[in-house]
Ligand binder design. Sequence first.
Ligand SMILES: [Zn+2]
Length: 67
Amino acid sequence: MMSSVPASDKKMKLLVYSIEECPVCGQKTKRAFQVGDYITKDGGKCTKCRNTTRVSLVYAESSKPSG
Ligand SMILES: [Zn+2]
């Protein structure tokens, strides 16, 4: 039998983040992952020096179920 639905009571929610890093001053900004993000993609403006940041890291955290 093939089933794509996992049978589990636990709902594990993954929170995905992107780290934008400024190549000039090294400022790092953590923000929520957006569809289309990938490492080396251009990010927003650096809050310090106004240069364009790059996505340097994408990672996921598992959110702890409350209760
Ligand atoms: Zn900067």
